[in-house]
Design a protein around this ligand. Structure first.
Ligand code: NAD
Length: 485
């Protein structure tokens, strides 16, 4: 069994298959974005045989887990939720070193959201198990049948929370799960498997396979025994996995990239809007839901820019473990180069860098950056950058704001700032997005549908929508008067 010490926490660097740790001869290196010289771990690099072993385990464990029913499964899921709550500090320590999200926000909010996911879905699955009514001379029942072995593939940002967001409903609905975390931040999901073992889950119900996407990830999604694939990541990978799912006729849900508009109308509280706009730089801008295209009504443009500069200047670049830090580094040198590449190409294209626009002299930080593009067709407007880079454009009318908001291929989220409730409803209906926030951001109710339109995703998760995806609905009709016994 391979374990390593990560910030004082013992973390297994192996897979977790069929209730036990499984090693691989091949390993991949994980380094800390806080200090790229700091190697955190050599993690097992799974391939086809590990993928097959994990799906074997998920297939074998499925009938018993499904037969437990939602109430029976709730015991395990609630136990796991309690264990997450008891281990928030250690998970936060590891995820901060692995992914560089601010430790304080991990400790206070993000990790416990994982526990909430398990608790909420344990309850929801019990509440939504069946619907019954009579019509046409029959007693009818819609039964939510567990779908089968489910593969969950997750990205490197907020890996613990995003993995639990998908695994909780999949398990609550009665499916067995093989999770493959992203190779740039695989460690917190390994800690989750220690808790799965401590919660006494039956072997094979919840597995983790570590490794690279093109290797073990591709092998997992291609296995014809898999009955659901749930993916969060980039549109490019989503398209590749979607083709495999289509070939095997497997239902597939994809939560993909975003390029959300952040629309500020002249009637808005400009101070509040500018303050929130500066929040888009949090976590190094590595947030799919961020409103990265600032669209500001021309009459308040100067005032908004002035306040945005002010609030941006309050950000503190630093070590994510430090509670005074607000700007964390980017995840990986390759990602830093990618973000800087967008900014350099913008400059060459004639887009104006209003402020920021450079990497820090050392380390993986990038300055909070705002770019005024020469046109709406500029690459920085049309493509997700996934870094602390916002574009800034103006509009004169509400109609123009909506047209600009809807002018990219994405449709994940939108943020509006306005004092008018009527406008909030009107524009909220017209902007193309899975979620629209008005005068707020990242407020989430676990029962709300979540997902994107356009290249931002396929399908919806959240609440009963997730349970629908992770179940096969069965219609049972029994002729009235059929005798008992
Ligand atoms: P990515 O698409 O590169 O990788 C995501 C996951 O897919 C990783 O685990 C990777 O190993 C795996 N993968 C790669 N190729 C694969 C293949 N051929 N078969 C199976 N698995 C494969 O994305 P990323 O860089 O890790 O994450 C950033 C992206 O995720 C951004 O576009 C961001 O917007 C998006 N994201 C979306 C949401 C959302 O809810 N919509 C949330 C977080 C991140």
């Amino acid at each position: 069994m391979n374990r390593t010490n990560v910030g004082g926490v013992s973390v297994s660097t192996d897979h977790f298959i069929n209730g036990t740790r499984v090693s691989s001869v091949d390993r991949f290196e994980v380094r800390s974005p806080l200090d790229w010289e700091w190697k955190l771990a050599d993690v097992a690099r799974g391939g086809v045989s590990e993928a097959t072993m994990a799906i074997d385990a998920a297939v074998a464990a499925f009938p018993e887990w499904a037969a437990l029913g939602a109430e029976g499964r709730r015991v395990f899921l609630n136990r796991l939720a309690d264990l997450i709550d008891q281990n928030v500090e250690t998970i936060a320590t590891v995820e901060c070193l692995d992914m560089a999200m601010l430790e304080e926000s991990l400790r206070l909010r993000v990790i416990s959201r994982g526990a909430r996911n398990f608790r909420a879905y344990a309850q929801l699955a019990a509440d939504y198990e069946s619907r019954e009514w009579s019509s046409n001379g029959t007693d009818n029942a819609v039964l939510r049948m567990p779908a089968g072995p489910t593969v969950v593939i997750t990205p490197w940002n907020a890996p613990f929370m995003l993995s639990t967001w998908k695994c909780a409903p999949a398990l609550a609905a009665g499916n067995t799960v093989v999770l493959k975390p992203a190779e740039w931040s695989p460690l917190s999901c390994s800690l989750l498997m220690d808790l799965v073992a401590a919660a006494d889950f039956p072997p094979g119900v919840f597995n983790v396979v570590q490794g690279l996407g093109e290797e073990v990830g591709a092998a997992l999604v291609a296995d014809p025994r898999v009955r659901r694939i749930s993916f969060t990541g980039s549109p490019e990978t989503g398209s590749i996995i979607g083709q495999v799912a289509a070939k095997n006729l497997v239902p597939f849900t994809a939560e993909l990239g975003g390029k959300g508009p952040f629309i500020v109308f002249a009637d808005a509280d400009i101070e509040a809007a500018a303050q929130k706009a500066a929040v888009m730089f949090d976590d190094g801008g590595q947030v799919c839901l961020a409103g990265t295209r600032l669209l500001v009504q021309d009459t308040v443009y100067a005032q908004f820019v002035d306040r945005l500069k002010h609030y941006t200047s309050l950000h503190v670049m630093g070590d994510s473990r430090d509670s005074t830090t607000t700007l964390s580094p980017l995840i990986h040198p390759d990602h830093l180069a990618r973000v800087d590449g967008f900014v350099q190409r913008a400059r060459a294209n004639g887009d104006a860098v209003l402020f920021g626009g450079r990497p820090s002299p050392t380390g993986l930080w990038y300055e909070p950056t705002v770019i005024v593009p020469v046109s709406n067709g500029s690459e920085v407007v049309q493509h997700e950058i996934f870094g602390p880079v916002l574009t800034l454009q103006t509009f004169a009318t509400e109609q123009e704001a909506v047209a600009l908001a809807n002018s990219t291929a994405y449709g994940l989220s939108a943020i509006l700032y306005t004092a008018s409730d009527e406008r909030a409803h009107r524009v909220g209906q017209l902007v193309r997005a899975g979620t629209v926030w008005v005068n707020c951001f990242l407020v989430r109710d676990l029962t709300a549908p979540f997902g994107g339109t356009g290249i931002s995703g396929i399908g919806r998760e959240g609440g009963e929508y997730a349970l629908d995806f992770y179940s096969d609905l069965k219609m049972l009709q029994i002729k009235e008067g059929t005798t008992h016994g």
